[in-house]
Structure formats: C-alpha cells, structure tokens
Design a protein around this ligand. Structure first.
Ligand SMILES: CC1(C)c2ccccc2-c2ccc(C[C@@H](CC(=O)O)C(=O)C(=O)O)cc21
Ligand SMILES: [Zn+2]
Length: 339
C-alpha cells in the first residue's frame, strides 16, 4: 500500500514543461471525497478495499487463473499506446436514408497494433521482455468467461461500496471493467473518455497526470471523425509549439497510484498515464460508468458541457458536408475575421 504520496522519488519521473499540482489523496470515509466527486474533481481514495480480493493478482496468479481465452494485447514499437479506433475509418453514414459506405479515409499511421494471445504467452513475453523489444499492453474487459477463481475474486469486490458511489453521484450504468496489464514504462498518452471512471490500481504503480476539460484548447484533440478521436495531438514530452502554441498555458495535477488506491477520473477530464518503477509491470482495473442524466442545465455551462457541444457540432457538420476535410474550411470561414 502506498502510504503517502510525498515519499515518491519524483526525480525518477519524466520532467514536463508545464506546472503540475497534486491530486488530493483522502481516506475513502473522508466526507470531502464525495464533495470532490460531486464537483467532478479528481481525488485518490485510499483504504476502500474496492478490489482487495484482487490484491493477489500478480502475473503468476493471473497466468494460472485467467482461463484459456484469447486476450486483446496492444503492441507498440515505442512506449506510447495511442489507441486507434478502426470503426472511424469506414463509417456507414446515411444520406437521406440511403446508406453510403464512405471511401476508406486516407491511411493513418498506426502507432500500436492490436492482436490476441493466451495469458500464458503474454506472461512469457512479459518476463522475457528486454529494452529494445516491442512493448505489450494487455487490455481486456473482465467477464464471467475469465477463469473460475478470477470470477470468484471479481464477485468479492466491494460492489456495495462502488454501487453506493454510483447511485450517490447519479452515474449511469457500469459499462466496463477493463483489466490492464502493462510493462513498466508504457505510456497511455493524453486523452479523455466520455465516461466516469473509478481507476483501481492492483499491482505496481502508475503516474497519472490530469487536466480539466477547460484546457481543451491547449490540448488540440484530433477531429471526432479521426481514429484518434478524444486524444490530444500534442506529444507532451516533445510539444510542437509552432503547431500547438496554446500548449504553453497547460497546467495539470498529478498523483502516483499504488496497490489499493482508487483514482476518480471525472468524465471528460484529460489523463496521461504511465506505468512507473520499481515494479516490472502494472495491473489496473477500471470501472467505467456512463454519464448520468443531464438534469437541469445551469448557466454558465461547464467546461465538459462545452466539449460535448463542440463534439456535436463537428459530428453534425461532418454529416452535413459528407466530407470531413471540408468541415475545417467551413468553420474557418464561419469564424475567422468575424468573431
Ligand atoms: C492504451 C490502452 C491499453 C488502449 C489501447 C487501445 C484501445 C483502448 C485502450 C485503453 C483504454 C483504457 C486504458 C486504461 C487507462 C490508461 C492506462 O491505465 O494506461 C485509461 O485511459 C482509462 O482507464 O480511461 C488503457 C488503454
Ligand atoms: Zn482513459
């Protein structure tokens, strides 16, 4: 269990060009926890025992108990695992009711390719991994088809506790529990998700850097129709300031989560996550919840609501123009020199 964030050897970590505050770490019974979640502010909850039944989920245990299924594994030549949504490439769009299969969009570089393998092969390749080899990141939705004892552990999670959180904060339904097993050094680059996330760390440690939705203009997300939708175009470690000048206004918050910690990543908050030393690999399990009902809209509207509006404008224009390339031109015509 990480006792306290401050004993972290920060000098080990990558240095970034932007300031980083600390995400509060609070015991899960602290009343401030629910105040922060209600305000959609990130917070690390300690001592919840949410996935205590999984504290034994190291590679040996998972290798023996994850069953005989094929698991999704992403492979990357670099330390970055920037996910790529194939579905965006050939989107069927209806034009006046007629389904028009789009011509496949121009070829995009695929930084991480996905494959499947049995847990035994994954574990072997992780143990044999040495610097210079391609990196692996297992990402698999947990379900009843996992091995019997893993399912037993899953059932013994603190579902009462997490369901009470879901109800108290009016979150929608639980969509996924993604099991994540990645090498130390793997980086999931800066992106946001459209779901509330209780991110439970099981083995090893992860450095999590978060930015609020209001910093949308500093992070230059790809267009919504792009396979890298929801992900920043900016390489935080090596920002191209000529293309992304507003990146100099970036300021975030960070934490290092260890076994037993649960990080609340609010919906639409940007997060950049890295598996860090000393463990050779990390095991995490996230709990993704659909957004709750919008309810009474209060003005001025909040940052994350503006992101949702901008996404809808991009989608509507792409649909109307039937050619995503023209959307940029139209938007520039609409605003440049006028607003
Ligand atoms: C990078 C990877 C393996 C991936 C590849 C291709 C498609 C999807 C994904 C995906 C989705 C979620 C995560 C977990 C976490 C980041 C982290 O812990 O690394 C995170 O962002 C979250 O919990 O929201 C990681 C991945
Ligand atoms: Zn995410």
């Amino acid at each position: 269990m990480t006792t306290d964030n401050t004993d972290w050897h920060q000098h080990d970590f990558k240095k970034y060009s932007f300031p980083l505050g600390d995400i509060p770490r609070l015991h899960h019974t602290d009343p401030q926890v629910d105040e922060l979640i209600k305000k959609k502010q990130p917070v690390v909850l300690t001592g919840s025992n949410l996935v205590g039944a999984a504290s034994k989920w190291d590679l040996d245990y998972l290798e023996k108990n994850m069953g005989n299924g094929e698991f999704t594994v992403f492979i990357s030549e670099t330390d970055k695992f920037k996910f790529f949504d194939e579905k965006k490439l050939v989107e069927i769009r209806s034009v006046a009711g007629v389904h028009v299969k789009d011509r496949p969009a121009k070829e995009y570089p695929r930084p991480a390719k996905s494959t499947t393998m049995k847990i035994q092969e994954f574990a072997r390749r992780l143990r044999e991994w040495k610097s210079g080899d391609e990196r692996l990141y297992l990402q698999q939705a947990l379900n009843s088809s996992s091995g019997a004892s893993v399912v037993q552990d899953f059932i013994r999670f603190r579902w009462d506790w997490v369901t009470a959180k879901q109800k108290l904060h009016n979150w929608g339904k639980l969509t996924y529990n993604l099991l994540l097993i990645g090498l130390e050094g793997n980086v999931t680059p800066c992106h946001y998700d459209e779901q509330e996330n209780l991110f439970a760390q099981i083995h090893g440690h992860k450095r999590c850097i978060l930015f609020p939705p209001e910093q949308f203009e500093c992070l230059y997300p790809h267009p919504v129709w792009h396979p890298h939708d929801r992900q920043s175009q900016v390489d935080l470690e090596n920002p191209d300031l000529s293309r992304f000048p507003k990146m100099t206004n970036l300021h975030g918050v960070q934490t290092v989560v260890g076994p037993g910690d649960v990080l609340y990543i609010p919906i639409y908050w940007w997060h950049h996550i890295e598996s860090v030393k000393p463990a050779k690999y990390s095991v995490s399990l996230n709990f993704w919840y659909k957004a709750g009902p919008v309810g009474q809209v209060e003005y001025p509207i909040k940052g994350y609501q503006k992101v949702a509006i901008m996404r809808n404008v991009e989608k509507m224009l792409a649909e109307a123009m039937q050619d995503p390339e023209e959307v940029g031109t139209l938007l520039k015509t609409l605003v440049l020199g006028r607003f």
